[in-house]
Write a protein that binds this ligand. Structure first.
Ligand code: ADP
Ligand code: ZN
Length: 874
């Protein structure tokens, strides 16, 4: 070959190389997790113009069937073996919605709880998966002001989607993405906008929150810089008025604990000061007042006096243990078992403070955020604006806003209900799960059916973070884990300030009724005795009544628990035995007094209450049992002078109503707070010295293996509301089962004895913590079909079984809900034989595959639901 030829072919080769690089991009394929109930991902081509934008964790719009769907990119690759792929239409995010960590976590949840990855991602994303086509787009003002129009001109000249978008925007001020989509077609619009936004040419704005929700401003006070620099005694010495002194003292104490200014209104409330005295302090240059926009926190108006808290020896010991792991940045789970009022919250707060100092972040899970205004208040008082509160009643805009503030690092501590476990915090150092035993941590009614407490532990292991599970009444499972060394047990055995645990008395209601009737018989004249049948026994025993009277007389507070709402749980005809049932569900209808109607507490079905028996036309129709409404009515008759506040689902349905009720109760002298389990949790009122449990039996006899545990927990919790400070507390528990072990141990406040006895039953019956449970539910409108599916499935499962027990199929305890028949299969997989539960899970997965591929499994008439580690068995 001649030299010239060689030179030519070299040049040609170089040309080829050069040509192939910038112009021919490598093909790129993305696996997308879509929110459909199929446990697989879908592969798409990433077209060249989207290759820059396509990153792991970004949401993408893809053709799916005849429509489009939004999913998340979970894998990117340059090769695929799948032929005939479709292309991604658009990438919706400029920054990934999901970090690598969240992808890993959601993947684990999908696998463990038998959900599709896409569905888990959807549940974990801040506002579902909808493309936010209502957001509006503007040219950036800075661009116009800077006269940098040449850049716009340049882009305009390019024949592209960018150009057309800029043209439209230069003519209109603020156009929604949807309008742009209409004008120039939908393809690639999000990624184009994201690119323009990244270059600073356009601004994408959130639609304003619903009208009427204007920003809210509040006054805040702090010590002036000048005052902070001077010794406290000198400052206080200068002041003449005692009001001003008190104010200043409070500010000085506050400054020791927190850098944040204090809300003026709460400062005034705490010190009894006036705005005028604050104003004079300001005139003297001692304090500064700022007006700041505050997030609307309708639900959290609760305040309490501030106090300087020094941890007691148990709290310090617990904190020390937690910090050992936190400082070493090693994963560990602690079970903080502290009696009610032992100051668990303070341990959380100090642990979080330490973690923040390491530049790490924290998540605090609470069972139901609206039930914990006091806790939210304490966190805000300590950490100010670094605290982000998530709750289930947030609007989409509020939720997204909170999510964004978390992602950007403004929020370093996130408090919220179970879904807050998906908060996009980075550098996670600590997760607190308060009241870890609560069933609300388990999502039972939607995919994924995850337990946030268990997910918290997984998330912590990914981050080398620590977990604190806190409770006065740990779940049997967690306590077992602590005793067997899987978790580390920390105990706070005493109440702070040496407050005594309350004295608890049991009233045997069988005996009570006998005695009340006997007394009545003696009192009544012969001719009146016939009326005895008409006599309605009271739900309040004589002992409880006396004690309430006494407390009200001393202006102390009373909490009464009746864990059943409505007026009466059922209506019965004594003549023919007819009971009013729901048409759609296999349950009795509850009578609601105010509306004079019957309501189903499962499906919401409502009908007017009959005056005659629908079956025999009898006129003696009777209410049976006591709901909160009925107890309220009785209390009002017994104590007409006193106020009764009722707190249950019916009185707290409106946003903010829960907090208002609590505020009212905290402000009045004495008074009675009556309610369902809501009154048992988290409340800390020093004036409450008496707690009455109207009926301890409401949950006890339910056919669920956790019935005893739940009863024990509820009684212990509500008892803990009594006598939390100087005043000693008393508790009266009324029950028809006075000898039941769960009630006996609760009365003795002996968790360990309860635990030992409960564990025996669990072991005998192979329930957790000795086994893993998997519940498979079949439901549909036709009972025969439902049964047929369940039978078939259990056959498939039995064939694959090697190690575990299969119970059923049988109709569920609530065999019909909302018109749907329900059948259950329960798998019990003994840990002794299968430590991790893998065998049962593998078998279940195989059975599911076989079922779904069969003709039966393809029919839509029956729905199959898998519930892993179920919290409800009914
Ligand atoms: P728990 O959550 O264990 O029931 P809390 O954390 O609500 O208890 O504490 C009960 C009360 O005791 C709160 O008002 C809290 O401020 C107060 N407290 C906590 N620790 C201390 C302490 N070391 N000294 C004084 N008071 C404390
Ligand atoms: Zn119903």
């Amino acid at each position: 070959m001649s030299c010239a030829a060689l030179a030519f072919s070299f040049a040609f080769l170089t040309f080829l190389l050069w040509a192939s690089q910038p112009f021919e991009m490598q093909p790129l394929f993305a696996d997308i997790a879509l929110p459909v109930p199929l446990e697989k991902t879908f592969t798409y081509i990433v077209p060249p113009e989207l290759q820059d934008a396509a990153r792991l964790g970004c949401r993408a719009l893809v053709p799916f069937g005849k429509k489009h769907a939004t999913g998340v990119i979970v894998k990117l690759a340059h090769e695929t073996t799948i032929p005939n792929l479709k292309s991604i239409r658009d990438i919706l995010d400029s920054q990934p919605t999901f970090s690598d960590e969240m992808l890993k976590l959601t993947r684990w949840i999908a696998d463990y709880y038998f959900a599709s990855w896409g569905e888990v991602l959807k549940a974990a994303s801040p506002r579902g998966f909808t493309a936010e086509s209502k957001r509006s787009v503007k040219l950036t003002r800075s661009l116009e002001q800077a006269g940098d129009a040449s850049q716009v001109e340049n882009r305009k000249r390019k024949e592209s989607v960018q150009q057309r978008i800029l043209q439209i925007l230069s003519r209109n001020d603020g156009v929604t993405i949807r309008t742009l989509q209409k004008k120039i077609g939908a393809k690639g619009i999000y990624s184009t906008l994201n690119r323009l936004a990244a270059d600073g040419l356009v601004m994408i704005e959130e639609q304003l929150p619903l009208s009427g929700r204007k920003p809210k401003f509040e006054k805040f006070v702090r010590l002036s810089a000048e005052a902070s620099a001077r010794p406290n005694e000198e400052l206080l010495g200068e002041l003449t008025g005692s009001k001003q002194q008190k104010l200043l003292e409070a500010l000085i104490n506050h400054a020791k604990e927190s850098q944040e200014p204090i809300l003026l209104s709460s400062l005034l409330k705490e010190t009894g000061g006036t705005s005028a005295s604050v104003e004079s302090l300001r005139a003297k240059g001692l304090v500064e007042i700022e007006v700041k926009e505050v997030p609307r926190r309708v639900e959290f108006t609760y305040t309490e006096p501030r106090q300087k808290i020094v941890l007691n020896k148990y709290q310090s010991l617990a904190l020390e243990e937690v910090l050992k792991s936190a400082l070493a940045k090693e994963y560990r789970t602690f079970l903080l078992h502290g009696v009610t009022g032992s100051g668990k919250t303070q341990v959380y707060i100090e642990a979080i403070a330490a973690v923040l100092r390491l530049n790490r972040t924290a998540i605090v899970l609470v069972p139901e955020i609206s039930l914990t205004p006091q806790m939210v208040y304490r966190f805000r008082a300590r950490f100010g604006d670094a605290v982000g509160v998530y709750h289930s009643r947030m609007s989409d805009v509020e939720r997204y806003d909170a999510w964004r503030r978390t992602k950007s690092g403004t929020y370093k501590i996130v408090i919220g209900p179970r879904s807050a476990i998906f908060a996009p915090v980075e550098n996670l150092g600590l997760i607190v799960v308060d009241e870890e035993q609560e069933a609300t941590y388990k999502q039972f009614d939607a995919v994924p059916r995850y337990n946030a407490r268990d997910v918290a532990i997984i998330r912590a292991t990914y981050n080398d973070a620590v977990v604190i599970l806190g409770s006065a009444t740990p779940s049997v499972e967690s306590y077992h884990n602590a005793l067997t060394g899987k978790y580390q047990l920390l105990e706070l055995p005493e109440r702070v300030d040496n407050a005594m645990l309350p004295k608890i008395e049991i009233v045997d209601m069988v005996q009570e009724r006998k005695e009340v009737y006997a007394a009545l018989k003696q009192e009544l004249a012969k001719e009146e005795r016939a009326q005895l049948a008409q006599f309605q026994v009271s739900s309040i025993s004589r002992l409880l009544r006396l004690k309430i009277e006494d407390r009200l007389g001393n202006k102390q507070g009373v909490i009464l628990l009746q864990n059943r709402r409505g007026f009466a749980p059922f209506l019965e005809c004594p003549d023919c035995g007819y009971v009013e049932m729901c048409d759609q569900c296999d349950v009795t209808l509850t009578y609601h007094l105010l509306q004079k109607h019957l309501r189903c507490h499962y499906c919401g079905f409502v009908k007017p209450a009959p005056t005659l028996c629908p079956r025999c036309q009898g006129i003696n129709i009777k209410y049976r049992g006591f709901g909160t409404q009925r107890v309220e009515e009785e209390i009002q008759k017994l104590f007409p002078q006193s106020s009764v506040l009722r707190m249950d689902l019916d009185t707290t349905a409106r946003k903010g109503s829960h907090d208002r009720l609590l505020k009212k109760f905290s402000e009045e002298e004495g008074g009675i707070l009556l309610g369902t389990q809501m009154v048992a949790k988290g409340l800390d009122f020093s004036k409450v010295t008496l707690v009455g449990v109207i009926s301890a039996d409401t949950q006890l006899l339910l056919p669920d293996f956790r019935a005893s545990e739940r009863t024990f927990q509820l009684l212990t919790q509500v008892a803990g509301r009594a006598g939390r400070r100087e005043l000693p507390g008393e508790v009266v528990i009324q029950t028809f089962q006075p000898t039941h072990y769960s009630i006996r141990h609760a009365a003795q406040q002996n968790f360990k004895n309860f635990y030992v006895e409960e564990l025996k039953y669990r072991e005998e019956l192979d329930y957790p913590p000795f086994s893993h449970l998997l519940l498979v539910e079949f439901k549909g409108g036709n009972e025969k079909e439902v049964a047929r599916h369940a039978e078939r499935f259990s056959q498939l499962l039995r064939k694959l079984n090697s190690h575990f027990t299969i119970l059923g199929p049988t109709p569920a305890v609530l065999s019909r809900l909302g018109g749907q028949y329900r059948w259950h299969i329960l798998i019990k997989d003994l840990k002794r034989k299968d430590r991790s539960g893998r065998f049962a899970r593998d078998a279940l997965r195989k059975a599911l595959d076989a079922y779904r591929n069969s003709a039966l499994g393809k029919s839509r008439a029956v729905k199959l639901i898998v519930d892993v580690d179920p919290q409800g068995m009914m």
